[in-house]
Design a protein around this ligand. Structure first.
Ligand code: ZN
Length: 460
């Protein structure tokens, strides 16, 4: 039986969905103002495998992953670029879809966008105001009154009084209590805004997820997921909003994946050790990146380093080498391996153990191939079949193994010419063309860094 680590109860629990045979799951998606980085790749791949495995177990899964397409960072970036915010978000939604597809991530069943969910968001805020959980402040913003919600801190383990002691109110905020958080932000001049009972404005981030998850999955559903950094305050606030609005439990199982580290340090823009998915895909085949992500347990930190990526590549090479020349289509899955695979995955989606089993299969398969033994086809069918549950090993082994090297290099002069063309495109605000050139360079293993003194480049 499947056991899942539930962040809410802080222990592994048997997984029992609300409705037998059906699973309803929501994961916090991207805020689309820039390219996805490795942390996003991990969320995409981890929850993709969870969905695939739940389906493998026979559950009818409804998977919702939202898009935050309005917020402060989006507004700031669009104004820096001098473009409408919708154009910026559309461009990065497309880029995110490309990255997800490259990593073998299946599209979610629903992908609601905040800007297309205003009615649901406003309705939920109205309910919270009517029930006395929210108030409009002097500056026009609407806030959630944390002191009214008894269970605050249940997910993060934070105590409201401790939080209050460490918190402070920013000068531009008008809330009563430092823990209160914004539900509706009054529009400042020139900002995108929507009409509401509290005047023109836009929603806070937390209420978007409460409203979108409820609309797609109902008031009470099975799984809510996201990166560990969202546990507090984002998910804590989602619980406070949703449970106050509906009067009952919001989510049964909270699943959080761990951080990405780079050379044992936390990945962050300020440390300069920040990688976009596109940069990494310029150097490694997408399936290697997926394999690398799954070779650590989803709750452990994932350490990005060239050594670890190279190790993932040689591991995946080994599996494909075993499959080369084998005939999986003529074999059948071996039930013993399937059982052991399920044991590993039933233990809180233990992908490293599941992958260890793939290596065991590859060793047996190599031996069977050498001896021309009849069980080779069954071993190959099992290896490829179990790989498919993880979204791995579905390529033609020949093609995968041939594509293993880095892309063909460009000369310095060719790179400079492309950079000049990109600068021209940017000057005439042709972002599509500028991004296309950036992608072309990325595919050739050239990384660009836009700075105050123009664009510099380096070879990956
Ligand atoms: Zn969210």
């Amino acid at each position: 039986m499947l056991h899942v680590y539930n962040s809410l109860t802080r222990r592994k629990e048997p997984f029992e969905p609300l409705e037998p045979g059906r699973v309803r799951m929501y994961v916090c998606g991207m805020t689309v103002y820039d390219y996805c980085h490795l942390g996003h790749a991990r969320v995409l791949v981890v929850f993709d495998v969870i969905v695939r495995y739940l389906r493998e177990l026979g559950f009818d899964v409804t998977y919702v992953r939202n898009i935050t397409d309005i917020d402060d960072k989006i507004i700031r970036r669009a104004s820096e670029n001098g473009e409408p915010f919708e154009r910026l978000t559309q461009r990065f939604i497309e880029a995110m879809h490309e990255d997800a597809a490259a990593l073998g991530v299946l599209p979610p069943d629903h992908e609601p966008r905040a800007t297309a969910s205003m009615d649901d968001i406003i309705r939920m805020i109205e309910t919270l105001v009517a029930k006395g959980y929210a108030y409009q402040a002097d500056n026009g913003d609407v806030y959630y009154d944390v002191s009214c919600f008894e269970g605050y801190g249940q997910l993060s383990g934070e105590r409201p009084d401790d939080l209050r002691a460490g918190a402070r109110i920013e000068v531009d905020e008008a809330k009563d209590d430092p823990l209160d958080f914004v539900l509706w932000k009054a529009a400042k001049p020139g900002e995108p805004s929507w009409p509401s009972p509290w005047g023109e404005g836009r929603p806070g981030w937390h209420i978007e997820c409460s409203a979108m998850s409820t609309r797609c999955l109902g008031d009470h559903f099975d799984i809510h997921g996201g990166g560990m950094d969202l546990k507090f305050p984002h998910h804590e606030n989602e619980i406070a909003q949703s449970e106050a609005a509906t009067g009952h439990k919001f989510v049964n199982y909270w699943i959080h994946n761990g951080f990405i580290q780079v050379d044992e340090e936390k990945m962050s823009k300020s440390l300069g050790n920040f990688f976009t998915v596109r940069e990494v895909l310029g150097r490694y085949q997408p399936e290697v990146v997926r394999f690398f992500i799954l070779s650590s347990h989803y709750r452990s930190p994932l350490n990005y380093s060239e050594d670890n990526l190279d190790q993932a590549r040689s591991g995946l090479d080994r599996l494909y080498t075993a499959l080369r020349g084998a005939r999986p289509d003529e074999g059948e899955m071996l039930p013993d391996f399937l059982l052991r695979f399920r044991d590993a995955m039933d233990d809180d989606f233990n992908t490293p153990e599941a992958i260890a089993l793939l290596f065991e299969l590859a060793r047996d398969l190599n031996r069977a191939k050498e001896q021309d033994a009849p069980e080779a086809a069954d071993l190959a069918a099992t290896l490829r079949g179990l790989g498919s549950i993880l979204g791995l090993l579905q390529a033609d082994p020949q093609l995968y193994l041939r594509g293993g090297g880095a892309p063909e290099g460009l000369s310095d002069a060719e790179i400079e010419a492309l950079l000049a063309a990109r600068a021209e495109a940017r000057a005439r605000k042709d972002w599509a063309e500028s991004d296309r050139i950036r992608d072309q360079l990325r595919d050739a293993g050239i990384l660009l860094e836009d700075g105050p003194r123009g664009t510099s480049w380096r070879r990956a």
